[in-house]
Design a protein around this ligand. Structure first.
Ligand SMILES: Cc1ncc(C[n+]2csc(CCOP(=O)(O)OP(=O)(O)O)c2C)c(N)n1
Ligand SMILES: [Mg+2]
Length: 581
């Protein structure tokens, strides 16, 4: 590892707080997100003296979203720190996000004095039980002599197991002297992992027997794009991919048929269901109804606990996708194009054209459909922009209507599925790469949830560009309710003018509600050198269409329509039809 000398080399007698900070720095930590206070102050003092930047947040949850975004983008350990009790507790939702995204982060959860633990002292929280389920490491430093060894182990586990480590530090321990000179230091090996030769022969045998072969790539393909494309070329197999693999497999990929699943398209959906051999690569796709029932399924993943956990598989193997495919490719016989492949690709081309035509159209009466706004932002953003979207309809618009190009990245809460990760993660992306354009695509619900950290853009000089897609409701939930046949309940939002809110907070702010001037507004917003917020009033009743027409949602919608009409809300139904058809 690069960085300053390991604290173990010179640990004759020094404060535990210093040992912790030095160890984090030696492990590659550049930024620490959090809010200071009582039990954290001594550590904060040493962070101030170190090369680590303190990022002063307004809500710890926002700090956790930011830290995990930095860790994902940079693939490096990123820190956060909180005070005892409520301070560190606030990180939890973002820690779950990090855990699901396999982002290496470390939370310093400072604790009340160790002599008071167990006596219901003010602000006492049992962090070990609280963070147990969302961490790869969770332990407390019990004595000063443990400090270096446990900090090293926490960092090493976060890096090796790719997830959150929680290090609990009682304030008295942080302030005490440590006398151990043993030079423990963080090891961060990067092994190459692949199945055995016999397993690869087995895999090749199964693939060579297949006729309608489909590759299904997940985020595990991040560093294996050339190999996955070479496999598709050799087998003449269409590639479908998960939403998390969009950035790696969607662009300039002549074999691509896009995503399956609820967010997917008809081509991805049908191609996966129609195959006789599915080769799953680094994909842990959760929804079993989208897996083919009669096909031979081969799954390769670097985490063996993922194998067959969603749907039974014929053969499950452990390995990095690049190394596995390098060793597998010579074992496979090349094939010529077949009708299955041609048909799948032709269907995809047609679907993409139809979707694109629809998305690039403004709404009736100069209104702005959310997907139209997404296409305008897509067209005007920098070639290598970083995008992060909130959970909700806006996340769907990003994944469906902003094509990957190999330079941009897209982030969303796709496994934990939480709101409020958009603007907050953008802060971490911008902190990590100050010169890159960072765009947060927010829902009005998701944005308001952690709106306090809008102030962080100004205070920490993070010039992110925020688009708030204001449909005046929790749109995605309203669609869920309607497809279940319910008339919408508790979903309306009475919003302020977010552009004015931004101005009051010291950012550039603007509001737009007409499609005809959207280009001009987006242009001004993106040209702003500092942080800027564009409040976009989007159509309120835009539906997210699944890639299939199944009876259940259709019946639900019919039921909603009937109920809405009976309750005197026939106008709503007419508006919905007008917006979507
Ligand atoms: C923390 C959290 N609370 C609630 C939910 C359930 N939920 C999912 S999407 C959504 C609505 C999001 O509304 P908004 O941000 O306005 O986006 P829209 O769907 O309207 O585009 C809700 C409440 C969630 N995923 N996470
Ligand atoms: Mg909304």
């Amino acid at each position: 590892m690069t960085g300053p000398p390991n604290p173990g080399d010179r640990a004759v007698s020094q404060k535990v707080a210093k040992v912790i900070v030095d160890t984090l720095q030696a492990a590659g930590v550049r930024n620490c997100y959090g809010i200071v206070g009582d039990t954290l102050n001594v550590i904060a003092g040493y962070i101030d003296k170190s090369d680590i930047d303190w990022v002063h947040m307004r809500h710890e949850e926002a700090g956790a979203f930011a830290a995990q975004a930095e860790a994902q983008l940079m693939e490096r350990l990123t820190a956060m720190a909180g005070t005892c009790g409520p301070g560190s507790l606030h990180f939890i939702n973002g820690l779950y996000e990090a855990y699901r995204n396999r982002a290496p982060v470390l939370l310093l959860a400072t604790q009340i004095p160790s002599s008071e633990l167990g006596f219901r002292f003010i602000q006492e929280v049992d962090f070990k039980s609280v963070f147990k389920d969302c961490s790869v490491y969770c332990d407390m430093i019990y004595t000063p002599e443990q400090a270096l060894r446990k900090t090293v182990l926490a960092c090493q586990t976060a890096i090796a197991k790719r997830g959150p480590a929680v290090l609990i530090v009682p304030v008295d321990i942080a302030k005490s002297q440590m006398h151990d000179e043993t030079p423990y230091r963080v090891q961060a090996p990067r092994p190459v992992l692949r199945p055995s030769d016999a397993e690869l022969d087995h895999m090749a045998g199964l693939i060579n027997r297949g006729e309608k072969i489909v590759i299904y790539g997940g985020s595990g393909c991040q560093h294996a794009r050339p190999q996955v494309l070479a496999l598709a070329e050799r087998l003449k197999a269409p590639i479908s991919h998960t939403s998390r693999a969009k950035d790696f497999l969607e662009w300039e990929n002549p074999h691509n048929v896009g995503m399956t699943g609820l967010l997917g398209n008809e081509a991805g959906y049908h191609t996966v269901l129609e195959c006789d051999t599915l080769v799953m690569l680094g994909a842990d796709f959760a929804w079993k109804q989208f897996y083919p029932d009669k096909a031979t399924i081969i799954q390769v993943d670097d985490d063996p606990t993922h194998l067959g956990q969603r749907h039974p598989v014929t053969l499950g193997l452990t390995g990095d996708i690049a190394a596995t495919l390098d060793a597998l490719l010579p074992r496979l016989k090349p094939r010529d194009k077949a009708s299955f492949y041609d048909h799948a690709l032709a269907r995809h081309a047609k679907v993409i054209e139809a979707h694109s035509d629809k998305a690039h159209k403004p709404g009736p009466d100069d209104t702005i459909p959310g997907k139209f706004a997404a296409t305008v932002i897509d067209r005007m953003a920098a070639e290598d922009a970083l995008f992060v979207a909130d959970d909700g309809t806006v996340g769907v618009w990003m994944l469906r209507h902003m094509p990957a190009n190999g330079k941009r990245r897209t982030f969303a809460s796709l496994l934990h599925g939480t709101m409020a990760g958009g603007m907050t993660s953008a802060l971490g992306l911008q902190k990590a790469q100050p010169d890159r354009q960072v765009i947060a695509l927010c829902g009005d619900g998701g944005f308001a949830m952690l709106m306090g950290d809008l102030l962080t853009t100004v205070q920490e000089n993070l010039p992110i560009k925020i688009a708030v897609f204001d449909n005046a409701k929790l749109g995605f939930v309203e669609i869920e309710q309607k497809t279940e046949g319910m008339v919408d309940l508790y979903t309306d939002l009475k919003n302020p003018d977010f552009g004015e809110v931004a101005k009051a907070c010291g950012l550039w702010g603007g509001t737009v509600e007409h499609a005809s001037v959207l280009d001009a507004s987006v242009g001004r917003w993106l040209a702003e050198p500092g942080p800027a917020l564009l409040h976009i009033k989007v159509q309120p009743l835009e539906l997210v269409m699944p890639p299939f027409t199944e009876a259940e949602p259709a019946i639900g919608m019919a039921l909603y329509t009937a109920r809405a009409v009976l309750q005197g809300k026939g106008g709503d139904v007419l508006e919905m039809i007008k917006e979507n058809l």
